[in-house]
Design a protein. Sequence first.
Length: 356
Amino acid sequence: MKKLRIGPNLAGVIILAVVLALFGAIDIIRPFGLRFSDLSGRVVTIDTMIRIGILTIVVVGLNLLMGYAGQVSLGQAGFYALGAYASGILATLASRHGMLVGVADTWWWPWLAILIGMILTGLFAFLVGKPILRLKGNYLAMATLGLGFIISILSGQLSTLTGGYDGLTGIPRLRIGEFALWPAQRYYFLVWGAAIAVIVVALNIVHSRIGRALRAIHTNETAANTSGVDTEHYKVLALVISAMLASLAGSLYAHFQSAVSPSPFGFKASVELVTMAAVGGLSSIWGAPLGVAVMFILSNLLQSQIEAVFHIRGGEYELIIYGLVLVLIMIFMPQGAISSLGAWRRNARREKEGAA
């Protein structure tokens, strides 16, 4: 009888799902009166874990685009914003604009709004991807950065649709029939269920023909093109996939906050996303949750401690600290934490075998 073999990726998915389910169960059951936040001295809460799950979805898409396709993007926060606003605007049509009354009040409409937001964001990425992805290096980085700026500015200026800089409020909570996916403990399972599903899809993509084509483009685009790979098609496809994942995350963020404003989607957000991807490892799907968790928790600690220690406002210096972290990662762990740890383990094993 043939033994069932569980690959490392499947084992990783199972372990991650079990650990996350355990965290959520602790906060619901509260054994001995303990909440999940008590395990970390209230540094990490269920609210924090939800935000980490949402950003993990964005960074998985960014890893596919930058780590596998080799296309630099500093405007991923723009696609994140498009998803949040598309979902928020569509979900509040009945209450704010008196449109689709009856339909927009149903429980399934916000779910359809999330899907429509993903489709619209993917279509937008397809349209802008054709000209933008012809650029390379610094020019591509500046173009994507400019795209993110444009989306951020428009979200503040189109006040009739977006609520302007005051934000769009009254976004309904998600529910299934009469079952509301709230309070936060319920939403936690939704977000991490979506994040794990995205990780599984991304792992399948990188081990498919698409993944092989993306790696070939990253290694040498000219050689890939001469060997028959439609480089333009696959680069645009990577951008569309990453944009749609960012849109999904944006929608989950909007329904979590029940409001959305331009401030979380500016230049700082784009730098944070790239740093998170680099810390975990651009060329590793598993690096996404690790990089997000490390940098998000570090950011929270900085915000709470930097003013007390240095008597300055943390928000003014966070970009400098993110830049320093990014420089240190590029110097000491250029492949990110996951790949670097794997390399260190292999080197240690070789040294041990050589000594034996």
